[in-house]
Design a protein around this ligand. Structure first.
Ligand code: SF4
Ligand code: SF4
Length: 321
């Protein structure tokens, strides 16, 4: 191993070289404070039907249970901001077609980040033969936001998104757990100050309390995670959001200088993004599956996209009358 760089610097250089926008290191000691906050949120039922969040509680707060002998987490973020997806949404909006969350306009980020983390793990094995690693991208029970904050790659906004100093909140997170004992970076404190733009802009008051998301009211949750009917009281506020909602990020001043992603370059685009609301309302299960291969849109299921298209169509028609 070269001696010119510390282990931490070698890892960060490798991460930036692969294309990660941010790379930091966090210790994985469980935090009693985060656990209490999370458990209270679950107890209050603010996670809605996302039952997977209430399971695996010990692992979520103690990553060493996910990798034998784990000592550190290499935390990464990838910028996904894209003017092209905004333009496409702008076109859809102008043509009465309802909008998709910006991250839907490319290949499923779970796949992209997993490949990048696997590449990082491969490079680390060259530097540190015999090391153990485990890549995590929002699929294992792990507290990604807490680790990202601890590793200094982002801080927590009142909209509950993590915000990078360089890239704002248009970022995806991932972690590589390792048995290497690494020196941690300094955690970041929130920089929201007296700003409340995201809370004021939220159409459903899902951010009634700063830093606490009531997922049961959030349009992202309702249109993507919620199964079955969406309560009628939310239909109007859903407006033209057919998949997700970006409003609390769109208004955040830390996103005003967002930079174009170099990783999510629209080489892949689900055909669903080209379909009209009428066609989406009628899309068959088979068509939906075929059109969401490698797409994050698959998460809302065929029933969900048909349901959402119906609500958006109704909203747009009532605007016209
Ligand atoms: S995603 Fe939309 S509905 Fe959810 S908290 Fe943000 S602004 Fe509110
Ligand atoms: S909009 Fe304001 S309060 Fe909300 S996350 Fe951004 S800086 Fe913080």
């Amino acid at each position: 191993m070269p001696t010119r760089y510390s282990a931490e610097q070698l890892i960060k250089n490798a991460g930036y070289n692969i294309g990660f926008s941010e790379v930091g290191i966090a210790d994985i000691t469980p935090s009693a404070r985060s656990r209490t906050t999370f458990d209270r949120w679950i107890k209050q039922g603010k996670h809605g039907d996302m039952r997977y969040l209430s399971g695996g509680s010990d692992k979520r707060h103690d990553p060493s249970l996910l990798l034998d002998d784990a000592k550190s987490a290499i935390c990464v973020a990838v910028n996904y901001y894209s003017q092209e997806s905004r333009n496409k949404n702008g076109w859809r909006e102008q043509n009465g077609q309802g909008v998709f969350s910006n991250y839907a306009y490319d290949r499923d980020y779970h796949l992209v980040l997993k490949e990048m983390l696997d590449e990082l793990a491969g490079r680390l094995r060259d530097f540190f033969p015999g090391i153990k690693t485990r890549a995590c991208v929002d699929t294992q029970p792990i507290s990604e936001r807490d680790l990202a904050i601890k590793s200094g790659i982002a801080w927590l906004g009142k909209n509950t998104c993590v915000i990078s100093q360089e890239y704002g909140s248009w970022i995806f997170l991932g972690e590589l757990l390792t048995n290497l004992q690494l020196e941690s970076d300094q955690p970041l404190e929130s920089l929201c100050g007296s700003c409340t733009r995201c809370m004021d802009a939220c159409p459903t008051d899902a951010l009634h309390e700063a830093y606490v998301l009531d997922a049961t009211k959030c349009i992202s949750y309702l249109t993507i995670e919620k199964r079955g009917d969406i309560a009628a009281e939310f239909h109007e506020q859903i407006g033209n959001n057919i998949f997700g909602c970006d409003e609390c990020q769109r208004v955040c001043p830390f996103n005003s200088a967002a930079r174009e992603t170099q990783i999510f370059t629209h080489d892949f685009c689900s055909p669903l993004l080209e379909m009209t609301l009428e066609d989406l309302q009628e899309v068959s299960d088979v068509e939906f599956l075929a059109h969401t291969r490698d797409s994050a849109i698959r998460r809302c299921k065929a029933d969900g996209i048909r349901r959402n298209a119906g609500i958006v169509l109704q909203n747009l028609r009532s605007q016209d009358t």
